[in-house]
Design a protein around this ligand. Structure first.
Ligand SMILES: [Zn+2]
Length: 289
């Protein structure tokens, strides 16, 4: 190489003013539902709901916790519970370890206590990022403990569900969680302590067949898929076409399976209003104390 080559600067063409003012490509976000493209901030401000078509896109467990609690009041409980490998299922311990590392939570649910518009609550939020929100013994145990504690302390429980169903790798132990959570929630019912269930996209399998459908009030986000078996499996089994909108939140509302479909933007306010109402306070007023 000649000495001159060191001094020769490779000239890059200067971008035009218009190009320089353009927003970098990674700041854009596209709605998968309607194709609407907007700057990411717009989606974030709308709680990841499409500003154009209202499609409710994925919202993380951490974001739901922030949405449904007063700032600084969240205290996680039972965070150290971790799954065993009761069946010696191939690769399960490795998959678990991987999920813990990737997602940063010990299993597919966060449980804890907090305040919502100053009212004490117990809150459980399922985490779809952790093995598809699958329900194994840890998810079941955390919900059962939270429900029993709710009954004992007389603190309402709110669960935000999202799940692909039972965790295959724990076999029948996963299925037993349906009975365990149901029994604990029955204790809340006997103690007259409210339980509000919030169904988000998707809530399927064993979760939809147990605690998710046992709320004193059951709310769902718009467009959420809620059902036990997948639509294709049902169609094949019964050999019939399924009605339009089958297994959507709106369809379930129409059929009386759930109490309301609530947009994410009014979820916090709706839950707080329900809690006040169930405490015998005026639903639209701030608590007296
Ligand atoms: Zn859209």
């Amino acid at each position: 190489m000649t000495v001159m080559a060191w001094f020769k600067k490779e000239r890059k063409p200067r971008p035009s003013v218009r190009e320089r003012l353009e927003i970098p490509p990674d700041a854009w976000e596209k709605c998968e539902q309607c194709g609407h493209v907007d700057i990411r901030e717009k989606f974030e401000q709308a709680l990841n709901v499409c500003p154009e078509c209202g499609s409710h896109r994925r919202f993380s467990a951490e974001e739901y916790i922030e949405l449904l609690t007063d700032a600084g009041t969240w205290r996680e409980m039972y965070a150290d519970l971790a799954s065993a490998d009761p069946l010696g299922f191939e690769n399960y311990p490795a998959r678990l370890a991987n999920a813990v590392k990737k997602v940063g939570s010990s299993d597919a649910i966060f449980s804890g206590s907090a305040r919502l518009e100053r009212l004490p609550i117990h809150l459980g939020v399922m985490n779809f990022a952790f093995m598809g929100g699958s329900m194994g013994s840890v998810v079941g145990e955390k919900i059962a403990r939270l429900a029993r504690r709710s009954a004992e302390k007389r603190i309402p429980m709110i669960l935000v569900s999202t799940s692909g169903g039972a965790r295959m790798q724990e076999g029948v132990f996963s299925l037993m969680q349906m009975a365990k959570t149901s029994a604990a929630i029955a204790q809340m019912y006997q103690a007259s302590v409210p339980y509000i269930s919030i169904l988000t996209n998707p809530t399927t399998g064993g979760v939809s067949a147990s605690f998710a459908m046992q709320g004193d009030v059951i709310l769902a986000e718009p467009g959420a898929v809620i059902g036990f078996a997948g639509a294709r499996v049902i169609k094949q089994t019964i050999g019939q076409d399924l009605p339009e909108g089958f297994q959507s939140a709106e369809f379930l509302l129409e059929k009386g399976q759930i109490d309301d479909v609530v947009p994410r933007a009014s979820l916090r306010e709706t839950v707080a209003r329900l809690l006040r109402h169930m405490r015998g306070q005026r639903a639209l007023e701030e608590p007296a104390e």
